[in-house]
Design a protein. Structure first.
Lengths: 286, 248
């Protein structure tokens, strides 16, 4: 065999070996990611069950301590976010109606703006935007606070006082965030529907307020109210559980808090989107 | 604040206990066999890295032992559910070293009142009265409405002591309470712990059992406490006259 042929053969073998190696590396990484995701899911499910059982078992315990903490969380994740949610709701109404009117105009169907608003804002964008805002403003802060508290030994200090850290730190956050996202979503939807009509009115869409609200009422079913309530509460529980789990479940060092925060935010986004997809399926089922 | 301990039973008992730091399987102290009787005052010494904090956290029931059994009031902590363990901890106080690990969002008065509200569901009046008595005794009245972090470093451990005393525990564990203090504060701590040990109105007359760790027995000289030593990964009881210079 000539030298050129030998080089050619060895070059092909090297390329094949490299391809196999890349393939194996990819499989190994994918395998590791899958195992990590499975472990996380397992850990968070256990954490959720523990939290719910503590919340139920201690529903009457230490109300004087826990109720102000829940009020504090509602204030933090709900009331304090109202200016931002007002801005988002106005923008959402304008954007959705703006795009819709433009599209519907091509087909001479501007008068269906109300129906589109109900489908898009009430069922999808309203709950999602409220959840994302709470995640960004409060969920991330949760991980930092709890991770720092854990790293500085404050959680151990609670245990030393016989205070259940899940009861004191997690339960108020779960209840507060669930109620806050539900309330913010209702507020956001109502404001977005109002601002949507305002924009339609400004654009000169021939739609009377009575007709707009009739379209909204016709487009909304009883399932919408039930599922939006359920979905927003689930979003709140999910964000609270994931962020508290990342902050508390494993002992952290201070330098690990930022990594835990980014990890928690990523997991929350994936979780919220998957949960939303599950609710879409549920809409079709019921 | 009901006291339930048996007069002669050991309040804390370690049976062949192995101690490791969290997230580590490596034993730093092994084969600890130790009993703390009611009304005893123990000072346990050890050099840097001897595992004093790990030892204290483990025998206080905050960390699980890597081996062996830790009993409080006759109950094996490993066999208790989390909820029972938390209840048992109300009978045991713990003062952390270096700042006392105070909750960042509470004032000093709120920190002391927290266990009273949480466990005893006391009214503001009842809790306020108890907090006042404790802050008076610990000379912290001036800091009642400040955040613990805003008080000086030397005060924070004292705030931790005030918080640990809220429920009037039967046993009090202290992690290097005299380290890093000036002579005046050291004297204050020693006298105050002595009064707790003797029994005061603050403890409703009962003699509190005390366990402190130290890296310098010299700070505790003259007291009538029993002494233990952590050296070379082993625990041993030492007499009053044994020199400790070699370990510090």
């Amino acid at each position: 065999m000539s030298t050129v042929m030998l080089e050619s053969v060895s070059g092909t073998e090297a390329a094949e070996t490299q391809a196999v190696s890349l393939h194996r590396t990819f499989l190994r990484k994918a395998g590791h990611a899958f195992i990590r995701a499975k472990d996380d899911l397992h850990g968070m499910s256990a954490f959720l069950i523990i939290t719910l059982s503590v919340a139920l078992a201690k529903i009457h315990k230490a109300k004087k301590v826990i109720q102000p903490l829940i009020r504090g969380q509602i204030q933090r994740a709900g009331i304090n976010l109202m200016p931002m949610i007002t801005f988002l709701a106005l923008a959402l109404g304008l954007v959705v109606i703006g795009q819709t009117v433009f599209l519907l105009h091509n087909y001479g169907a501007e008068s269906y703006a109300g129906t589109v608003m109900a489908s898009v804002v009430v069922r999808e964008l309203g709950p999602l935007m409220a959840a994302m805002l709470v995640l960004a403003r409060v969920g991330a802060a949760n991980v930092v606070e709890l991770g720092t508290a854990r790293a500085l030994g404050e959680v151990e200090a609670l245990e030393a006082l016989g205070i259940d850290p899940v009861h004191y730190l997690v339960v108020p956050r779960v209840i507060g965030m669930a109620l806050a996202i539900f309330s913010l979503t209702v507020y956001l939807i109502m404001l977005a529907l109002f601002s949507g009509y305002l924009f339609a009115f400004i654009e000169g869409v021939p739609l009377q307020p009575g007709e707009y609200f009739r379209q909204l009422a016709a487009a909304l079913l009883w399932q919408d109210f039930v599922l939006v309530a359920l979905k927003t509460v689930c979003f709140g529980v999910l964000i609270a559980i994931v962020t508290c789990y990342e902050g508390l479940a494993a002992p952290l060092r201070l330098e690990e808090v930022s990594r835990a925060t980014t990890s928690a935010v990523g997991k929350c986004i994936v979780g919220v989107v998957l949960l939303d997809a599950a609710f879409i399926v549920l809409y079709f089922v019921i | 604040m009901e006291q339930k301990s048996q007069p002669d039973a050991p309040l804390v008992e370690a049976i062949d206990v192995g101690i490791a730091r969290p997230r580590s399987n490596q034993l730093i102290v092994s084969h600890v066999n130790w009993k703390v009787g009611a009304g005893e005052f123990w000072v346990v010494g050890g050099g840097q890295g001897a595992g004093k904090t790990s030892f204290l956290c483990t025998v206080a029931g905050l960390w699980r032992p890597a081996a062996g059994v830790v009993r409080h009031f006759g109950e094996d902590l490993a066999e208790l559910s989390e909820q029972k363990l938390l209840r048992l901890r109300t009978r045991v106080g713990f003062v952390f070293k270096g700042g006392g690990r105070m909750l960042a969002d509470l004032t000093v008065a709120e920190s002391v009142a927290l266990p009273l509200y949480y466990h005893l569901d006391w009214t503001d009046e009842q809790a306020g009265e108890r907090v006042k008595v404790i802050l008076q005794a610990t000379e912290l009245e001036w800091a009642a409405d400040s955040k613990a972090q805003d008080a000086g470093w030397g005060c924070q451990q004292r705030i931790g002591l005030a918080r640990a005393l809220a429920l009037n525990p039967e046993v009090l564990f202290l992690d290097e309470p005299l380290s890093g203090l000036d002579a005046h504060d050291r004297n204050w701590w020693r006298k105050f712990l002595e009064t707790l040990w003797q029994g005061t109105p603050l403890t409703e007359g009962h003699k509190m059992t005390l366990v402190a760790v130290t890296n310098d027995f010299g700070l505790w000289s003259g007291g009538k406490h029993r002494r233990g030593l952590l050296r070379g990964g082993r625990w041993e009881e030492i007499g009053e006259r044994e020199e400790i210079a070699e370990i510090v």
